[in-house]
Ligand binder design. Structure first.
Ligand code: FA5
Length: 344
């Protein structure tokens, strides 16, 4: 075989061998078979010495071209091998950030949140809007504007934590009534859920941090019948069965008349237990018609506008709904307790 043919054969063979390389290391070894010190092309070039000057020129030039072509082919194969390597590696590393680590480890809504959402749905379906307010309130919004003057004895029932600048942790969601009266143009219907705080001796039915849902309607011709009807709808929707309630007079400076709506204790079925303080009844839903002073102080004419308001104790509602015999379970972060509500 002539040297020229031998060179073309080497080029052909080198491409076949180089293409079969599986790794970059393989490729280096295969490259040396052709253009390394002991490679086939190097060996042929050594034979050039026997050729004439003219042949040396043409065959030598072709040999150089072939050497370059093999080098270029090596570079091309190397790039393809790199690309394939990273594709495989990336596929191995692909992971789903949202995939739960264990099948059973989903979190769930807190029972108080669940019931809050249910109450919200009931009121939204009756045309109420949902309002929010801050947990750190002014004395004015929490007390003063609700007819509790600075030395009013009813303040003693709702002692709280004060900040150094004279504000306080709100003791009830009724503070949001004041905000609603200021911001909204009557007629309006709102509910306002939220966390409230009191300096309170903790027992089976009293926490120092608990939840309420405020409700307020301001319109023309609002009566106690509207209030009682709305409370009835709420309770029948929440409990989905007849519940025994009693209505008695209750005093709150910002309503007149004021009522206490108690529910027969569903932990002991009215027999008496720690939750109802052995009375058979649980205070759940104080309410009343908005006091004319509150309406007037907010800049509306109490002869034109009337309203009702209520303040639902959400934790106690949850306790009645599920028969929970101690309020302290609710906010203790006890997972064995909370997990029982995951599938409800
Ligand atoms: C009030 O807080 C009034 N703002 C309610 C109101 C609103 C009256 C609008 C009239 C018109 P009271 O302090 O009774 O009222 O609390 C309301 C409800 O919150 C109670 O019936 C009870 O269900 C719940 N509650 C009160 N104190 C605690 C406590 N320490 N722990 C858990 N729940 C409580």
């Amino acid at each position: 075989m002539s040297i020229t043919n031998e060179l073309e054969e080497i080029l052909k063979e080198s491409k076949e061998v180089l293409s079969s390389s599986k790794t970059e290391q393989d490729l280096d070894t295969n490259k040396n078979l052709f253009i390394g010190k002991k490679g086939k092309l190097t060996a042929v070039l050594k034979g050039l010495a026997t050729l004439s000057v003219e042949e040396k020129k043409t065959v030598g030039a072709r040999a150089n071209e072939i050497s370059k072509e093999i080098e270029n082919f090596v570079t091309e194969v190397k790039q393809n091998l790199k690309k394939a390597f990273y594709e495989v590696e990336l596929k191995k590393q692909k992971f789903d950030v949202l995939k739960p680590t264990k099948e059973q480890e989903f979190g769930s809504l807190h029972p108080v949140t669940k019931i809050q959402y249910e109450v919200e749905d009931i009121f939204v379906s009756m045309g109420f809007e949902i309002m929010d307010g801050p947990e750190v309130e002014t004395d004015f919004n929490n007390f003063e504007a609700l007819n509790f003057s600075a030395d009013h004895p009813a303040r003693d029932m709702q002692d709280t934590f004060y900040t150094e600048d004279g504000n306080l942790l709100r003791t009830h969601t009724s503070a949001i009534q004041v905000r609603a009266l200021k911001i909204l143009k009557p007629p309006f219907k709102i509910i306002a859920p939220g966390r409230v705080f009191r300096y309170e001796e903790v027992d089976a039915s009293h926490e120092n941090t608990f939840y309420q849902i405020e409700g307020m309607v301001l319109d023309k011709k609002v009566s106690t019948s509207n209030l009682i009807y709305t409370m009835k709808v709420l309770l029948s929707e929440i409990f989905k069965k007849e519940v025994t309630v009693r209505l008695r007079p209750g005093y709150f400076p910002f309503v007149e008349p004021g009522f206490e709506l108690d529910i027969q204790c569903m932990v002991c079925n009215g027999k008496g237990c720690a939750v109802c303080k052995h009375s058979g009844w649980v205070e759940l839903l104080p309410c009343g018609l908005v006091h004319p002073n509150v309406i007037r102080d907010a800049g509306h004419d109490p002869k034109e506008w009337q309203g009702f308001a209520f303040g639902l104790g959400l934790d106690r509602l949850v306790m009645m709904r599920y028969g929970i015999n101690d309020i302290r379970y609710l906010h203790s972060g006890n997972l064995r307790f909370l997990k029982q509500f995951a599938k409800i």
